[in-house]
Design a protein around this ligand. Structure first.
Ligand code: HEM
Length: 453
């Protein structure tokens, strides 16, 4: 694509006044798949507001990588998230964001996060022991519990269960995020509706909890091995700065939110796909039995579990937890040949690219072999971006990949899950991509009962 030829985005047909908003709201994922027929970059009207949709990997690459400094996070994202995560990494922009990212990056270094592998496996093993053969299990809920326990332990060294006040507060806040993203026009937060009251109480609880954690760490001046200790110790050589308590609070809530629902979503979809593709499940089990035998996985096993990784990658292609992201231009800029004026809002169609036959033949077929060592180098890297790309690529991507592989391996060693007979499955976009009707499955013991495993 010649970047200097000016191209016009095709306007997606819509109705007077409402534009394409009803179709977009009714089934956003179908809308994103259809949006591709209008070209590499299309423009829809959300009511009277133009919203660009970038469908082509090269256009997306220009936005996230080549011209990333011409874009900020969109105003909509900030309106929805700032009351919760403040100026955390996800919502921050410009020099402030750059400094925060420099400060936070070392905490996510592979050397540091590999120490969390045992924690991840321990919690997954606890779940293995709790399951009862041939009984139904709400797999979406169990995966959410598991990843929430793991983020609480790795972030705060906090051992609370999945049902305590902390997790309840996080769940309340995340529900609120979904609602905020679902509605464009927001009811003001100060209205004393029961939902708003519940939300404010949850935020107040989280603030107090995090403040207490920060004070404890500062008092003891110890490295507890958790992410919070690391963030407190972080020092920016360029500006000689450390994080303030407010920044620590914003970063902690950001990591809590970004760090668990995405990974639990990926795992939920992986269990579903495995239940529908017995030959893939058999190959996964063969790898786990061969490499692990009777023991639990460790960090050192990961390079020897390539198929486990292929299953996770292919799951995130078909069901990317981050189904889209958005940006807003801060100056006039040309991407992929399309001229965008300052303040244009663009959605990056991750879901659409991952299911585009041009980059993934038979795109709706679940085939982990696409990511085999022989095939993966031929994938268009710009078309597969479950963690985003460029300077704002997910800071937790190694953490997430390690966690997803270890949890899948620990659980699939001992159990396999069959879809409950009456379970209807369809993806729906909330803040992340979720199963619209939940995911009830039946736990079947593999090899031996969990007590003897
Ligand atoms: C499967 C799991 C995950 C997926 C699919 C995912 C996806 C993403 C994506 C697509 C972005 C970029 C958004 C954008 O460009 O607008 C992002 C950013 C981010 N993610 Fe993740 N993520 C996952 C897990 C995690 C984990 C485990 C953590 C932390 C422990 C985390 C923390 C963050 C943060 C802080 C950002 C903002 C980075 C910045 O803007 O500098 N994520 N994630």
């Amino acid at each position: 694509m010649a970047a200097n030829t000016k191209r016009q985005p095709v306007r997606i047909p819509g109705r007077l006044i409402v534009g394409s908003a009803p179709e977009f709201n009714h089934d956003t994922l179908a809308f994103m798949l259809n949006a591709r027929q209008w070209g590499d970059m299309a423009v829809m009207y959300y009511s009277v507001f133009p919203l660009y949709i970038a469908n082509h990997p090269d256009v997306v690459h220009d936005i996230l990588v080549t011209h990333n400094s011409a874009f900020y996070k969109s105003t909509q994202t900030k309106i929805a998230l700032k009351p919760i995560v403040g100026n955390g990494l996800f919502t921050n922009d410009g020099d402030d964001w750059r400094q925060q990212r420099r400060l936070a990056q070392p905490s996510f270094h592979t050397k540091r996060i590999s120490a969390y592998a045992d924690t991840m496996v321990r919690y997954a093993d606890e779940l293995c022991r709790r399951l009862t053969p041939d009984q139904p299990v709400d797999i979406e809920r169990e995966m959410a519990h598991l990843t929430m326990q793991i983020v609480a332990k790795t972030l705060f060294n906090y051992d609370g269960g999945a049902n305590d006040q902390l997790s309840e507060a996080v769940r309340t806040v995340l529900r609120n995020v979904d609602i905020r993203f679902a509605r464009l026009a927001q009811l003001p937060q100060w209205l004393p509706t029961p939902k708003n009251r519940e939300f404010r109480q949850a935020i107040a609880y989280l603030d107090q909890f995090i403040q207490q954690m920060i004070e404890e760490r500062r008092r003891s001046q110890e490295d507890n091995g958790d992410l919070l200790s690391m963030l407190i110790m972080a020092h920016d050589d360029e500006t000689n700065m450390r994080m303030s308590d407010q920044q620590l609070r914003d970063e902690a809530i950001t990591i809590y939110g970004a760090g668990h629902e995405t990974t639990s979503g990926a795992l939920t979809w992986a269990w579903y796909l495995l239940s529908q593709h017995p030959h893939v499940a058999a190959k996964l089990h063969e790898e786990l039995d061969r490499v692990l035998g009777d023991r639990l996985p460790t960090y050192a096993d990961l390079p020897n579990l390539p198929y486990t990784e292929m299953v996770i990658k292919e799951t995130m292609r078909i069901y990317p937890p981050a189904w889209a992201t958005s940006r807003q231009t801060i100056e006039d800029v040309t991407v992929g040949g399309y001229a965008l004026k300052k303040n244009s809002v663009v959605m990056l169609n991750i879901y659409g690219m991952h299911r585009d036959a041009r980059w993934f033949p038979n795109p709706d077929v679940f085939d982990p072999e696409r990511f085999s060592p022989e095939n993966e180098p031929h994938i268009n890297k710009r078309a597969y971006i479950p963690f985003g790309a460029g300077p704002r690529i997910c800071i937790g991507n190694s953490f997430a990949m390690m966690e997803a592989r270890l949890l899948l391996a620990t659980l699939a060693r001992a159990w396999h899950f069959e879809l409950a007979p009456d379970q209807v499955v369809a993806p729906v976009r909330q803040f992340t991509l979720r199963p619209r009707y939940g995911m009830r499955m039946v736990a079947r013991a593999r090899v031996r009962t969990p007590e003897t495993v």
